[in-house]
Design a binder for this molecule. Sequence first.
Ligand code: TYM
Length: 334
Amino acid sequence: RHRIFSGIKPTGHLTLGNYLGAIRGWVERDQHQADALFCVVDLHALTVDHDPARIRRLTRQAATLLLAAGLDPQLCTLYVQSHVDEHARLSYLMECTASDGEMRRMIQYKEKAAREAERGGSVRLSLLTYPALMAADILAFGTEEVPVGEDQTQHVELARDLAVRFNQRYGTVFKVPRATRPEVAARVMDLRDPTSKMGKSHAETSGIVYLLDEPDVARRKVMRAITDSGATGAIEFDRVSRPGVANLLSILAACTGGRPETLAAAYGSYGALKKDTAEAVVEVLRPIQKRHAELCADPASVDEVLRSGAERARSLARPRVDAAYAAVGLLPVA
Ligand code: TYM
């Protein structure tokens, strides 16, 4: 069976974007088809200002929500990144493989660093080296497939480049991974600002549906979505000229298993489209929230999943990371 790895960063409450862009595919397809590992990447959450108690809480919540969404510890491995030392160990070798220039070219780095500069703040060095840690996450496991939303494609491509470069320099240690993404909703946009992605760490939350939003809250957010004022009333699927409507169509299609292009033809008014989208979202969230509440009543079971997940992840990563250390010329422990 081939190997799949993916991760999620506990920097905020999980969103509908995380679910439709990544988690749902992990649950419905990946864990059944492959030896899949899913990781709450808490080390990555330290790349921006953070509150220790909040990160701890969000890490547990993310793990609980992933189980609530349907990851099955009988089928896949779920764990927390900082519980497995191999991530940080390999990250250093990835920093020694990557160049400063290619890190600075990463779109997410440029955007986040620019935002930080605007606010007069400083940028953590780890924000720049972030893709080296992400490459380590992926490569440590001999991963072939990395199911992610569209915004992570560039980082996975860098991981590919680093795998190829490392193998050429030191002999073959790593498999060369590729990104996969869902056909629909690989980039869910903010409902109030449909030209930017729905992001869990955004400060303005009126355009973001969180997986734990109460049904009325989620419904209201969808009903207040921006629908491209100024455009003609007709409903068409055009991401460039009609980003707001295209976003709603994508969300509705992803939630109901349809195609956005086909759905566009079925609607004559924004009101009906919004209403159906709101209901479809609420129906997707309902079972996740119910299961989440049950799991919250039994935190010890979540701890046990994470403990055994980390143990398995450690044993899988260890030999390959040791091999990489030996390959670059570090003297093995006698
Ligand atoms: P993160 O935590 O930002 O997002 C987790 C997953 O959700 C996807 N996603 C979206 N998909 C569609 N629409 C959106 N609006 C949306 N927002 C987020 C992301 O693409 C991602 O798949 N760097 C990664 C975490 C990571 C990782 C890894 C992923 C660290 N190491 C190794 C894969 C493999 C991140 O910040 O994801």
